[in-house]
Design a binder for this molecule. Structure first.
Ligand SMILES: NC(=O)c1ccc[n+]([C@@H]2O[C@H](COP(=O)([O-])OP(=O)(O)OC[C@H]3O[C@@H](n4cnc5c(N)ncnc54)[C@H](O)[C@@H]3O)[C@@H](O)[C@H]2O)c1
Ligand SMILES: [Zn+2]
Length: 348
């Protein structure tokens, strides 16, 4: 058992653990949810570990994390006469996991589901913590639930078929976990020069431990869970801003910029040394492509920041770091501060 109330095995044994976990239960039916890519790359590798099952395949990408796709999955469940004793297995990245959990949680008032994350982002972050949901109109994760899975089964070998860009996107959350919760770990991580020299199983375990501990303390995000929002106030606004553009950003690419900007805000607030700030920018710049932010974009990004779900009333709140490894929640973020933070990102 993990710090949470469900198993989260990580490693080469994860799929056989799923198999024996399933053998210990008597589900009436099993539905595997995949997207086209995970159906092609991951489903053949997990199939032998599963009992007889049905599957439903969705098109890949954030633009399909919608009510329309949910409706199609609910139709499949209904057509197959799936009852409340059934199980859904969400095999995919954060899109499949978030949407599959939402569909399972609302079908006949809720059936069990397990997460089998196949991207680094989902393995280190999205699959753990019990937030499920979908996008609605132009708002990300506008409809959703706090709902825990019955288990999360993390097999790092799934990452072998993931593109370098997707791997990097997930790596942003790994950096975040170090910056909010493991200062010593950050000092060694920041010496890394190549993603290919990462010990992924070790890194995934490290991130999951941090996330599970924070979530176990504060499931509904009234306090310390807000630490996980570091980099996300500015980052998320940038991501939304670029969503409709010709070059949309991956979640982690936007969060990487957000972390540099919010680290600068931390430094300006007297919480972080200039040296630590410079180290963070150098590291992010080394791994992530530089995002060119034009003068006209800044006010639009600041406007989107005002609409953030994390805000209370009209006040924009963000999480700062107090030296690498510690955080401070609920910093009232002014437009001037955010602007300075973004300027610092662009300066180098
Ligand atoms: N619930 C949470 O707490 C939480 C936290 C962070 C992010 N999220 C959500 O997660 C989503 C982003 O997740 P993501 O980055 O995993 O995106 P994703 O699910 O869209 O996956 C990224 C791409 O990789 C492909 N893919 C997945 N696994 C693969 C594999 N093993 N080999 C080859 N290709 C593969 C997918 O088909 C997709 O094209 C967003 O919707 C975000 O809101 C949720
Ligand atoms: Zn994130």
């Amino acid at each position: 058992m993990s710090m949470l109330n469900y198993p989260i095995p990580i490693g080469t044994h994860a799929l056989s653990e799923l198999q024996s976990w399933l053998e210990g239960r008597s589900y009436s039916q099993v539905l595997v949810l995949c997207d086209e890519n995970t159906f092609r790359h991951c489903y053949p590798r997990i199939n032998a570990f599963l009992p007889p099952h049905h599957f439903h395949i969705i098109p890949p990408g954030e633009q399909h994390k919608t009510l329309v796709t949910c409706q199609q999955i609910w139709e499949t469940l209904t057509r197959l006469d799936v009852d409340r004793k059934a199980l859904m297995i969400n095999l995919g990245g954060g899109v499949v996991g978030d949407m599959g959990g939402f569909v399972a949680g609302t079908y006949k008032r809720g059936i069990d589901f397990v997460q089998v994350p196949t991207t680094l982002l989902a393995q280190v972050d999205a699959s753990v913590g019990g937030k499920v949901g979908i996008d609605f109109q132009q708002y990300k994760n506008q409809l959703g639930l706090f709902l825990e899975p019955q288990g999360v089964f993390i097999w790092p070998a799934f990452l072998e078929t993931l593109s370098e860009a997707e791997l990097r996107s997930g790596f942003a959350e790994v950096i975040k976990h170090h910056l909010i919760a493991d200062g010593e770990g950050w000092e060694s991580l920041r010496k890394l020069r190549e993603l290919s020299s990462l010990d992924l199983p070790k890194l995934i375990q490290h991130s999951v431990n941090i996330k599970a501990k924070i979530v176990a303390e504060d499931f509904r995000e009234s306090g310390s869970r807000k630490s996980l929002n570091f980099g996300h106030t500015i980052g998320h606004a940038l991501e939304s801003h670029r969503l409709e553009s010709a070059q949309p950003l991956r979640h982690g690419e936007a969060i990487a910029v957000g972390m540099v900007a919010e680290a600068q805000v931390s430094q300006a607030a007297g919480l972080l040394s200039s040296e630590d700030l410079a180290n963070i920018r150098t590291f992010v710049r080394h791994f992530f492509p530089t995002i060119d932010l034009s003068e006209q974009e800044i006010p639009e990004i600041l406007k989107l920041m005002q609409q953030d779900k994390k805000n209370e009333g009209k006040q924009v709140r963000c999480t700062l770091i107090q030296g690498p490894g510690q955080f401070q929640i609920d910093h009232p973020l002014t437009e001037a501060e955010a602007k300075m933070g973004l300027a610092y990102y662009m300066e180098a």
